[in-house]
Design a protein around this ligand. Structure first.
Ligand code: BEZ
Length: 278
């Protein structure tokens, strides 16, 4: 039975987390249309807001405002722009107080500023209680050599009844607890600003994930959602990207003014086309 497929609207589930009860879509937030009247500032205190403002609009931004957020100054006429909702990353792990999971959540916590810079909200899940999560996050902070009083940078869902794990297809039938009940696998879902599933990864309990790779795929997803390009194997941000095969040659030349390089191949087919990252 297929679980969640790419392009599906991610379920708007309710859950208890270490930061209180959430409804998932509200947790990610909604895109909002904002208006700025000419000659005035509009202030938004959302952390790391992402704003769609066409380049030709006349405006000034101040991202150094106290308390984070952004202030936008409009010089000319009434301007409208959309304050975009967050991307989301939901990742499950088998169990609290286990070694691989501790290294994974420690690494994810260390990278939380990187996810935040990309406007991605993080949330973890396992089939343990809130009390376990709260105790275990102190160990994770100690593993990271951080002060025990520090706040953990993202919430953890307490799915001790396994309801979400079942609904989202996260259980690993090969890993069982002492009562013979299956544990959660190492699942990653990346959810776009349209609340649709953009990527899923499923690792068994015995293999820890590479969070640098997860950041890299977020960079690729965010680039390819905005530009008609694809990223090749092992691509890193800033490196050249590929022109997708469904763009005809003439259109590609107009679409990528920085140039398109086509690699000669024995088949003489012109499908291996590169362009600098837009
Ligand atoms: C771990 O996180 O170390 C782990 C959890 C369940 C099975 C195997 C390893």
């Amino acid at each position: 039975m297929p679980g969640l497929l790419l392009g599906d609207v991610f379920p708007n589930f309710e859950a208890e987390t270490t930061n209180g009860k959430i409804k998932f879509h509200d947790f990610l937030g909604d895109s909002t249309l904002c208006l700025v009247v000419s000659g005035s500032w509009l202030r938004k205190t959302t952390k790391n807001p992402e704003i769609s403002i066409p380049n030709y609009n006349i405006f000034r931004q101040d991202r150094t405002a106290k308390g984070g957020g952004v202030a936008i100054y409009c010089r000319d006429s009434l301007q409208s722009f959309v304050l975009l909702s967050s991307w989301g990353i939901l990742f499950s792990h088998p169990r609290d107080y286990t070694p691989v999971c501790t290294t994974e959540l420690g690494r994810a916590a260390k990278l939380s500023d990187e996810f935040s810079r990309r406007n991605v909200k993080m949330i973890a899940l396992s089939i343990d209680t809130l009390e376990d999560h709260r105790g275990w996050t102190k160990d994770i902070l100690a593993y990271n050599n951080e002060e025990s009083g520090c706040a953990f940078p993202f919430p953890i869902i307490a799915d001790n009844q396994r309801e979400l794990a079942v609904a989202l297809g996260m259980l690993d039938p090969d890993e069982k607890d002492k009562d013979g009940m299956p544990l959660t696998a190492r699942c990653v879902f990346v959810i776009g600003q349209d609340k649709k599933l953009k990527l899923s990864l499923l690792y068994p309990a015995t293999t820890g994930r590479n969070f640098d790779e997860i950041l890299r795929v977020v960079d690729s997803l965010q680039l390819t959602v905005k530009n008609r390009v694809a990223t090749p194997a092992d691509w890193q941000p800033g490196e050249r990207v590929m022109v997708p095969p469904n763009i005809p040659e003439e259109e590609a030349a107009a679409m990528f003014p920085a140039g398109v390089y086509t690699k000669e191949l024995p088949s003489e087919r012109k499908y291996l086309r590169y362009t600098p990252q837009p």
